[in-house]
Design a binder for this molecule. Structure first.
Ligand code: GCB
Length: 609
């Protein structure tokens, strides 16, 4: 049975790779922003989608028929007309942005909200005839309509998608309507049970993107695995036009090459390249790379570096590196809402730099592209992750499909970013045969799409005769063995932490992907009192003593940079809806544990020099 499931999902793997249609490098294309105020209607009973017999309006046959369907954006034309909704008289929400943090009555809302944006559209003058609407992310299911036509559906709250609108766009008075539903359900990725806020809405940028008839949809330009002087990859057109000449150039180092597309519209290449200054946290060198065809010229800012897992070490540009990391949710803690901008990314990355980090774990789902590109510029290495979290429904092949799509979308979006060194498949998932098959397939998909980066997953340990063992079968499949542990918080006493023993059944680099303690900023007491800054400070000191005795350890990402909202955290006066394990509070104060970690990271950095 399990074997059949495995074979089945392997087949799906191949089809998705062949059909991934995302347009990449949106920040450097010709775009018009649709960000700003959007009208919204809260629709918990889905009145705009189903009639009173609960038949959906949204079928090919019914779509145009009813003015009661919200996507038809009907207006009462005379006194007798009965239209029971009006977008234009409804309130507005800012896009990008979650709905929960913009209106008190939406803080806990889970369900459907309709969004509407009206706009005129003037082409920008590039002469590019085709237009796509691109969404950075919408949580969780988006049904998208333009001028009453259905563009499509997207599922998955943290990855981008686009639809072509060339033939539907008008010069004046376009009406873009989205039904956004963030209802949690068992088969979804993530599933019903998480320790973070289920922020709903159009949480990332919305743009119209202009492209030529034949356009460069995607490309992969990185150093070849195992080499620091060969760049390899592909350029992919949107269609199967063959013999199209593509130029790749890096003017700064006089690199100019021509390649030609094959009958899939793809040009695969491998070129020797010299004189490259390698990207690193100390010197995050980005080159201007130009990719062009007879139809268009695209630029990107790309860094080149190597990353390997060898003899139990993580090797960056040929030298072992210790990953001085920190975990992060995609939240602006001080706003108490989803992060979505360069400014938000800058806050988190600046704090990480202050902590003396060279690495961040972007938990527990793909973060926005501003963050990844800002990390590229600032020199912070990244771990990216998909929300295969806790009790995801591993026996369900549709759930597998959802995980696979999100993984495909994030790799497609970020595979040219030097900062990204690790793709992580899952977090604290319970062992079973089905889960093994599920994760193993995700790992092979990852390696098939991008063999230049390392693969990991945040695993768990078991205890036997006083030793903590990590021998999860998935540790055989990954490049880095990562595990979360909370000794001294969820069981155990901080005093015993330095003597905890660890055993691994693999000779691979190890990362502690989480440890931590809850503390309310400003709450002081002795180090044995829960929720005080002193307790957390003590737990951090003790954990550092333990980590110093772990030769396998090549990196750590404490949980977590800043307090974050979680509906699971209900303790009055302490949590009040916040997970308090942040080193920084939601008012931006640094807690005592911050300085413990900062000092240790400074020591590690100092020893290296
Ligand atoms: C974990 C989870 C993380 C939680 C954290 C906690 O192990 O991976 O999502 O928020 O523990 O605070 O309990």
């Amino acid at each position: 049975m399990i074997r059949a499931f495995f074979v089945f999902i392997s087949l799906i793997c191949f089809s998705i790779v062949a059909h991934g249609q995302l347009i990449t490098n949106i920040p450097n294309r010709t775009t018009t922003s649709l960000n700003g105020k959007w009208h919204y209607i809260i629709d918990p009973y889905e009145t705009g989608y189903f009639d009173y017999r609960y038949r959906p309006y949204d079928t090919d046959e019914n779509r145009k028929k009813s003015s009661a369907a919200f996507f038809n954006y009907a207006k009462a034309k005379n006194k007798l007309d009965r239209v029971e909704y009006d977008f234009d008289k409804s309130a507005t929400l800012l896009v990008p942005g979650d709905w929960n943090s913009q209106d008190d009555k939406l803080l806990y809302y889970e369900g459907t909200i309709w969004y509407k944006k009206s706009f005129d559209y003037k082409k920008t003058g590039t002469g590019h005839p085709r237009v796509f609407v691109h969404f950075g992310a919408v949580n969780y299911i988006a049904e998208v309509y333009l001028n009453g036509e259905k563009l499509g559906t997207h599922e998955g709250g943290f990855t981008p998608f686009d639809f072509e609108v060339t033939d539907i766009l008008k010069v004046e008075n376009n009406c873009l309507v989205l039904k956004v539903d963030n209802t949690r359900f068992k088969e979804a990725v993530p599933t019903v049970n998480t320790d973070w806020w289920n922020y709903g809405g159009i949480t990332r940028d919305v743009k119209l993107v202009e492209v030529p008839e034949v356009f460069i949809r995607d490309y992969f330009i990185q150093l070849k695995k195992g080499s620091d002087n060969i760049i390899a990859g592909f350029v992919q057109l949107n269609n199967a036009e063959k013999e199209t000449e593509i130029n790749i150039s890096i003017p700064e180092i006089d690199f100019y090459k021509k390649i030609k597309t094959d009958n899939r519209g793809r040009a695969v290449f491998e070129f020797e390249i010299n004189k490259l200054i390698l990207w690193s946290p100390e010197n995050p060198k980005l080159y201007k790379v130009i990719i062009s065809s007879q139809y268009e010229t695209l630029t990107d800012q790309i860094g080149f570096r190597t990353i390997e897992s060898k003899n139990g070490k993580i090797i960056l540009n040929g030298k072992p590196i210790f990953l001085r990391g920190i975990c992060l949710h995609e939240e602006n803690t001080m706003r108490g809402g989803r992060a979505y901008s360069d400014a938000d990314a800058l806050i988190a990355l600046t704090w990480a730099k202050e902590l003396n980090c060279n690495f961040m774990r972007l938990a527990h789902y793909p973060h926005n592209e501003h963050m990844i590109r800002m990390a590229d510029k600032m020199g912070i290495l990244l771990w990216e992750e998909i929300p295969v979290y806790w009790t995801v429904d591993f026996t369900n092949y549709q759930t597998y499909g959802k995980a696979r799509s999100q993984l495909t979308e994030v790799i497609t979006r970020d595979k040219n970013r030097a900062s990204v060194i690790i793709w992580s498949m899952a977090n604290e998932t319970p062992q079973s045969d089905a889960r093994y098959a599920f994760l193993k397939n995700l790992i092979s998909l990852t390696r098939q799409m991008d063999d230049t980066r390392l693969v990991s997953a945040a695993l768990q340990h078991r205890s036997e005769k006083g030793v903590n063992i990590i021998d999860d079968p998935i540790s055989h499949e990954v490049d880095i063995v990562a595990f979360n542990q909370y000794i001294g918080w969820y069981g155990g006493h901080p005093k015993d932490i330095p003597n905890v023993k660890w055993a691994f059944d693999q000779n691979k680099p190890v990362i502690i992907s989480e440890f931590g303690a809850g503390a309310l900023a400003g709450l002081h007491g002795d180090r044995e009192t829960r929720w005080t800054e002193e307790y957390a400070e003590y737990l951090y000191e003790q954990t550092i003593l333990m980590m110093k005795k772990m030769p396998e350890l090549q990196g750590v990402t404490p949980w977590i940079l800043a307090d974050f909202r979680s509906p699971k955290r209900v303790l009055p006066y302490i949590q009040d809806g916040w997970n308090r394990k942040g080193l920084i509070s939601n008012t931006g104060e640094k807690k005592k544990a911050f300085f413990v970690m900062q000092k240790w990271y400074a020591e590690i950095e100092g020893n290296k020099k």
